[in-house]
Write a protein that binds this ligand. Sequence first.
Ligand code: URA
Length: 234
Amino acid sequence: MRLNKFLSTAGVTSRRKCDELIKDGKIYVNGKVQSNLGTVIDEKKDVVEYLGERVNLPSSFIYLKMHKPKGYACTASDEKGRKTIFDLLEDKSVRLFNVGRLDYDTEGLIFLTNDGEFANSVIHPKFQIEKEYIVTVEGAMKESEFAVLRKGAVINGERMPSARVTPISFDGKVTKLSVVITEGQNHQVRRMFEAIGRDIKLLKRVRIGSVHLGNLYRGKTKPMTADEIASFLK
Ligand code: URA
């Protein structure tokens, strides 16, 4: 098995991030640093180590969906000492990682797993998985602003990927809209709105692919169904 596939299947992190760990010389095979991306190992015999610990293939995979609240960081340990989404897990005995990220101030749907191959099939840009957000901004939005977002806002000379943007409601004070993107650049939705001079009051992810946040309570997790998992593994 290729070393990157072994590491991601073992739940170290997603395949792309495993590639970075290998290139950065963080992975040892049989006691020696192995920084060659093409490395193939014998998973039954070879000893693979990361951060001084042996990496093993898990005996079973776990797939959770979580309703991340605002005010939690999507990281295993936050350098600013803030609360993390892992503090919300009831069972902390299994090592899981988050599939992609939501900003500290964003709420909504995020997956947690120990299956790096699954994570790869959700976050790799080549799979073009849709992510839907409900964005709340102050005031009424102009048609010209929608047009910019749909075409792809330009930020520092760089055009952002286009988005599907649909107004939902305006109550005289705030506008709610649905924004669907398939790319996952850092702070992408906030940056799109910054580009049109709008501050987002609330950002909530409500869907990843065909999996909806539904009525999952804030801070709670629920196992994904077999169909939900399979929908990303096609
Ligand atoms: N886009 C953002 O700007 N923030 C998120 O948390 C997710 C998408």
